[in-house]
Design a protein around this ligand. Structure first.
Ligand code: NDP
Length: 458
């Protein structure tokens, strides 16, 4: 005997939870099935615990500067305290998510769901069979680990949140968000940290000046960067892990972390049985309304591979609920998405990089680098960077890139005018707030350099 719903959501992460709650408020009878913890990667083992770790790691920079401001600090760090307090906060958030689902009447089912037909789902643990006119797949992703000998000796971000003790040293493979963020977390907490990356500079895809700036900033914090190199194998040696980099170069580390990207959770869900097709990259293929190749099944979030960012999954979940349960088709615009890397120094961006913008006609670049005020009393010489890329002669702002304290907060706010099509003149009209770092964005007088017919003019 099957149980009937209007909507079954598989996966209670950011996208699934948003969709389920909104559909329920529109009167749908909704069940959400989750095999792990409610909240998904972001809440349970991603953005939220990561940011708490980032806060913890930033104290070391502050303690370093504290003396210049007259403080004497005798600081000691205790990893188990941080992990326990983080776990407490994550448990609180998970309970809040469950309550927010239950309030509009969503049924929360702790089980694994497998599609056994075009509109049917079977639950592995309980054996219950559920049917719904509409099914939403929001199954997320998982860390990808390169297939090298001894790979099981390494950890991923999943395990990094639950280490019993901090290693004396760590090697992190990868040059993306997770690698850079965790490198600064571990280094800030006193771990001897090395990044090994197959490319020539971390954060591929970001503006070149940001990449260069963060690379310098990481090294100033004592993080070793090894470029154009891969991990070839891992083996145990006493308490350490010896990493082979090929060409007979081996080195021991207390821990090894793979931050080599994420794959979509698409296996073992019966997608083929339900007629749900994948893209060549292994994500669920969807149209602009998040509909899969089976018109009664939709997919949102990381599993669709459009953008692996929490706010995008939430927006996609909301758009799905509007489309399928409020008779209001909404397509999410993925064209202007701001993003931040919570490293030290912090990195944030929106719009086109300088290199991308040069392919859009004549452009002006406004660039400033300066010592943030907090560093002026200390011995720290690190500079922050703000860059505006505009169409030529005061035209539309195409991109904004910031490196340094509060970069993410600033980009979040400039995302509004830039998304509205603001020009350089619109930025100039805003009165500066002094003393702030953000005032630089509205006080640029002349371009630092320009590109005319694709050629840089200084
Ligand atoms: P990313 O895609 O950002 O980075 C993966 C890195 O691993 C890249 O540097 C890539 O190299 C490298 N890599 C991939 N395959 C291999 C391989 N076989 N051998 C060696 N290196 C390899 O993934 P992350 O795991 O860092 O993060 C996943 C996603 O999660 C991000 O893309 C982001 O969307 C999201 N995220 C967002 C955060 C935020 O908003 N602050 C924080 C953390 C994650 P190459 O550059 O050459 O491809």
């Amino acid at each position: 005997m099957s149980e009937a719903f209007d909507l079954i959501v598989i996966g209670a992460g950011s996208g699934g939870v948003r969709a389920a709650r909104l559909a329920a408020t529109y009167g749908a009878r909704v069940a959400i099935v989750e095999e792990y913890r409610v909240g998904g990667t972001c809440v349970i083992r991603g953005c939220v615990p990561k940011k708490l770790f980032v806060y913890a790691s930033r104290f070391s920079d502050m303690f370093e500067s504290a003396g210049s401001f007259g403080w004497t600090v005798d600081a000691k760090f205790d990893w188990p305290t941080l992990v326990a307090n983080k776990d407490k906060e994550i448990a609180r958030l998970e309970a809040a998510y469950v309550a927010a689902l239950e309030k509009p009447g969503v049924g929360v089912i702790r089980d694994r769901a497998i599609l056994t037909g075009r509109n049917r789902v079977e639950l592995v643990k309980s054996g219950r069979v559920l049917e719904a006119k509409t099914i939403l797949l929001a199954t997320g992703g998982h860390p990808y680990i390169p297939d090298v000998p001894g790979k099981e000796l390494g950890i991923t971000s999943n395990e990094a949140f639950h280490l019993e003790k901090l290693p004396h040293s760590i090697l992190i493979e990868g040059g993306g968000y997770v690698a850079v963020e965790f490198a600064t977390v571990f280094a800030g907490l006193g771990v001897d940290t090395t990044i090994v990356y197959r490319g020539d500079c971390v954060l591929r895809g970001f503006d070149a000046d940001l990449r260069q700036g963060v690379s310098v900033g990481l090294q100033e914090r004592g993080i070793r960067l090894i470029y154009e190199t891969n991990v070839r194998g891992l083996r145990k040696s006493g308490d350490d892990i010896v990493v082979s980099f090929g060409d007979e170069v081996d080195a021991p580390f207390g821990a090894v972390m793979f931050a080599t990207g994420r794959n979509a959770n698409v296996s073992g869900y019966g997608l083929d049985v339900a007629g749900v097709e994948l893209t060549s990259g292994g994500h669920i293929a969807v149209d602009e309304y998040s509909r899969t190749s089976n018109p009664s099944i939709y997919a949102v979030g990381d599993v669709t591979g459009r953008s692996q960012l929490t706010p995008v999954a939430i927006r996609e979940g909301a758009a799905f609920a509007e489309t399928a349960f409020n008779n209001n088709p909404v397509a999410v615009d993925h064209s202007m998405i701001g993003t931040a890397v919570f490293s030290e120094p912090e990195v944030a961006s929106i719009g086109l990089t300088e290199a991308e913008a040069t392919t859009h006609g004549d452009i002006d670049v406004y660039l400033t680098r300066f010592r943030p005020m907090i560093n002026t009393l200390s011995t720290k010489s690190e500079r922050m960077m703000l860059k505006l890329v505009t169409l030529a002669n005061g035209g539309r702002v195409l991109g904004c890139h910031i490196l340094g304290p509060s970069a993410a907060e600033m980009i979040q706010l400039v995302a509004i005018p830039i998304g509205m099509g603001a020009t350089k003149a619109d930025f100039d009209r805003a009165m500066a707030m002094h003393p702030t770092a953000g005032e630089e964005l509205v006080t640029f007088r002349a371009p630092t350099y320009t590109y005319r017919s694709g050629r840089k003019q200084i």
